[in-house]
Design a protein around this ligand. Structure first.
Ligand code: XMP
Length: 533
């Protein structure tokens, strides 16, 4: 199951159209995105479509294989989602995962029963009982392999043509197949890392079963995208907002490669960036790439507007709105641009629509240039819409962007404002910038930067008493945070060597005036969030 609410409809995303692709039909599993990643890691282009838009995606993509995801529903419930029946007659190999296996079996004449509380959750073992093309070169008869299960329902009767090829304690049909029609069903989740051979099984399906070459690469993506940007933009002008982060930087460099001087970048510097970041952005774009860049120094505007604001949502809303105002007015000064470029990523696209169409709980109002297209009535150029974060990094490297940009930790749009609980002032930003720079310097020196998803300091609205030399101090407390994550949706605390943390604390208290105590945040996400506000 492993699931959240399924999503109803995603905006149509693909215009690049590799000949060889796999369609992933989403039934709402939280880990559907991982299936897409595993397929792409096997060098095969894949796209996710929600079950109720799968038909259109099938027509458009003409996929060479289909994967049916897991999902929270029960096949035994009336009105639960189904696969378009003609997919089973298209002569295309199909892999059903968990709910995907159950729904396939049910639609082909088998039987699924409710788990009555006896499902399998977590680590389990399957024993291979028969040969299957899915296992070729990987698993042999008699082998026992660890997998990750999460299901209540299970297949009780197989459809005609199907046979079990692996069993587990809780599921006699842990893996089933119809080798003739090339249909495969797995009750476990091969897409998660807790199934050690899962990625290989998915690769086997994509390349061996579906017969795909596995030659989808960033170089190919780059060439296709450049052609596509040229076709979309023609002789038009494009403006692109740079944030200092990797996504907008990669989008801008790619677009510049496609259309050269037709692109102008606008960098709204809200004064809430880290130490040295504004200079890096200006240096790279204006000097290194020669990309026309408007650098707006709006620090005073942002800081004066943040005066007295302490509520996290009020900060976010003010920064988001002011950002749009400034960007809009600068863009109008440039004049004549019909297109707005954004570094939107695939997870933003597929998470932004909820299954019910209803509102989901807003934990934080994310700041991005989301409101701009409507306000400015511009057409969007979003060349990274199909990519995951690590793929954007790979594309950045392919484009020759310096590692300092490509490998940079994510940084939130509202910047340091949400790392200074309480009122944000220039003085507090400066203190935080200095402390944060010391922390990151130590992390880089220790060779840990790339092992961490995000590391940063938070300046707390708390003062503590200390002693330095012979004197009493009464200064701010700083919290350090470092997390590991694959997508920012969940995160684990990064465990430093205590000696490392002591060294950082000592340096910060000695070098940064205004901080006399340093703490470390041990909260994972959930229940915490990565940022403090
Ligand atoms: P949270 O704090 O929600 O953050 O766990 C998850 C990830 O999102 C980043 N983040 C933002 N990114 N605009 C952004 O572009 C925002 O408003 C924003 N708020 C949080 C955060 O740094 C982490 O990587």
């Amino acid at each position: 199951m492993l699931d959240s609410q399924p999503r109803a409809s995603y905006p149509r995303i693909m215009t690049v159209q590799p000949n060889d692709s796999i369609l992933i039909v989403d039934f709402g599993s939280q880990v559907t995105q991982l299936i897409a990643r595993r397929v792409r890691e096997a060098g095969v282009y894949s796209e996710i479509a929600p079950f109720n838009a799968a038909e259109a995606a099938f027509e458009r993509m003409k996929p060479k294989g289909i994967i049916l995801s897991g999902g929270p529903a029960s096949v035994t419930t009336d009105g639960s989602p189904r696969v378009p029946q003609h997919f089973f007659e298209a002569g295309v190999p199909i892999l059903g995962i968990c709910y995907g296996q159950q729904v396939m079996c049910e639609q082909l004449g088998g039987k699924v029963v409710g788990g009555q509380g006896e499902g399998e959750f977590g680590r389990a073992f399957v024993e291979v009982s028969n040969r299957s093309a899915l296992f070729d070169g990987l698993w042999k008869e008699g082998d026992r392999h660890q997998v990750w299960m999460s299901h209540g329902d299970k297949v009780a009767e197989l459809p005609a043509g199907f046979a079990p090829v692996a069993v587990s304690e809780g599921a006699p049909f842990a893996v089933t197949s119809d080798e003739k029609r090339r249909f495969y069903g797995v009750q476990f989740h091969p897409e998660v890392v807790h199934t050690p051979d899962g990625a290989k099984l998915i690769a086997n399906f994509a390349r061996h079963v579906c017969g795909l070459a596995g030659d989808w690469s960033m170089a190919e993506f780059r060439a296709t995208k450049i052609a596509e940007i040229r076709a979309q933009v023609g002789k038009g002008k494009v403006i692109c907002g740079l944030s200092g982060g990797v996504d907008s930087a990669v989008a801008a460099v790619l677009i510049h490669e496609a259309i050269g001087e037709q692109l102008t970048c606008v960098f709204v510097d809200h004064g809430l960036l880290r130490q040295g970041e504004a200079d890096q952005v200006v240096g790279l774009f204006r000097e290194h790439y020669g990309i026309p860049l408007v650098h707006v120094n709006a620090e005073t505007l942002f800081l004066s507007g943040l005066k007295g604001v302490t509520d996290p949502e009020a900060k976010r809303k003010f920064i988001g709105k002011t950002f749009i105002d400034v960007f809009d007015s600068e863009a109008r000064k440039i004049g004549g641009a019909e297109f707005l470029a954004q570094g939107t990523l695939y997870p933003d696209v597929i998470e932004s629509v909820s299954f019910t169409g209803g509102p989901s709980v807003t934990i934080k109002s994310h700041h991005n240039v989301g409101g701009l297209p409507e306000r400015m009535n511009m057409k969007l150029v979003e060349p990274l819409r199909e990519l995951f974060k690590d793929e954007v990094r790979a594309l950045g490297r392919e484009l020759g962007l310096p590692e300092i940009f490509v490998g940079r930790h994510p940084f939130p749009g509202p910047g340091l404002a949400i790392r200074i609980p309480g009122e944000v002032t220039k003085e507090r930003c400066d203190i935080l910038r200095k402390a944060d720079a010391v922390y990151l310097d130590e992390i880089r020196n220790a060779g840990l930067y790339d092992a961490i998803w995000q590391a940063f300091a938070v300046l707390l609205p708390v003062r503590s008493v200390g002693v330095m030399g012979d004197g009493r101090t009464y200064d701010s407390v700083l919290a350090l945070r470092a997390v590991t994550s694959t997508d920012g949706m969940t995160a684990d605390v990064f465990h430093f060597d205590p000696a490392f943390l002591s060294r950082v604390a000592t340096r910060i208290v000695n070098e940064v005036q205004g901080v006399n105590r340093v703490t470390y945040d041990f909260t994972s996400k959930p229940p915490g969030t990565i940022e403090w506000e």
